[in-house]
Design a protein around this ligand. Sequence first.
Ligand code: AP5
Length: 205
Amino acid sequence: MRLILLGPPGAGKGTQAGRLVEQHGIVQLSTGDMLRAAVAAGTPIGLKAKDIMAAGGLVPDEVVIGIISDRIDQDDAAQGFILDGFPRTVPQAEALDRLLKDKGFDLDAVVELKVNEGALLDRVETRVAEMRARGEEPRADDNAEALAKRLSAYRAQTEPLVDYYSEKRKLLTVDGMMTIDEVTREIGRVLDAVRAADAKKGAKA
Ligand code: AP5
C-alpha cells in the first residue's frame, strides 16, 4: 500500500500514520520528522531548514524532494509507505509522480483529513503541554505565531493538491474532527472500499 496523508498542521497526519504503520506493517515517511532529525543533528540540510521551520515556512522543494527520493530508494520502502507531510506543493507532487513512475509503483490513495481551523491551535497547545509534561522540549513551530504561518502556507501551497489528486481520482476525504479512534476507523473504512473496488476491477479485467 502506498498512501499520502494530507491535512493542515495539527490535523492528525502523524497520529494516524503511526496507526496505519502498525496495522499494515509499512513505513511512515514523515518529512517533518526527517527535517527535525536533521536540525537536531546539525547536518547541512538541518542548518538550512532550522530557521524556516521555526518560522512556519516551507523548506525549499529541491531539499525535501531529495530527502524523499533517497528514502523511497531504501529497502524497507519497497513493500509500501505512508507519506506524512509530503508532498506539500504542486512541484513536490509532480516530482513524486516521476519517482513512483520510475520505480513502477502505484499510488493507492490520498487521504485528506479535514479539520476546522479553530481546532488546530488547541491541538498544538495540547501537544506542547504533553511534551513538557514528559520532560521534552516542545517543537519550535508549535506556537500561535508560527502556526498562523504554517496555516497560511498550507492554504496557499498545499491545498491546491486537493484538486490535483481529486482530478487523478485518488482523493479520499475523512472528517478529522472526530476522536482519534473514530478517525482511524473511518480511514480503515474508506481504504477498504478502495481495495474492494480495485479487486472488482481486477476480476472484470
Ligand atoms: P510537519 O512535521 O509535517 O508538521 P505539520 O504538517 O505542521 O503537522 P503536525 O506534525 O503539526 O501535525 P499532524 O497533522 O501530523 O498532527 P499530529 O498527529 O501531530 O512539518 C513541520 C515543518 O517541516 C513544516 O512547517 C515545514 O517547515 C517543514 N516541512 C515538512 N515537510 C515539508 C515539505 N514536504 N515541504 C516543505 N517543508 C516541509 O497531531 C497534532 C496534535 O493533535 C497531537 O497532540 C495529537 O495527539 C492531537 N490529535 C490528533 N488527532 C486528533 C483528534 N482527532 N482529536 C483530537 N486531538 C487530536
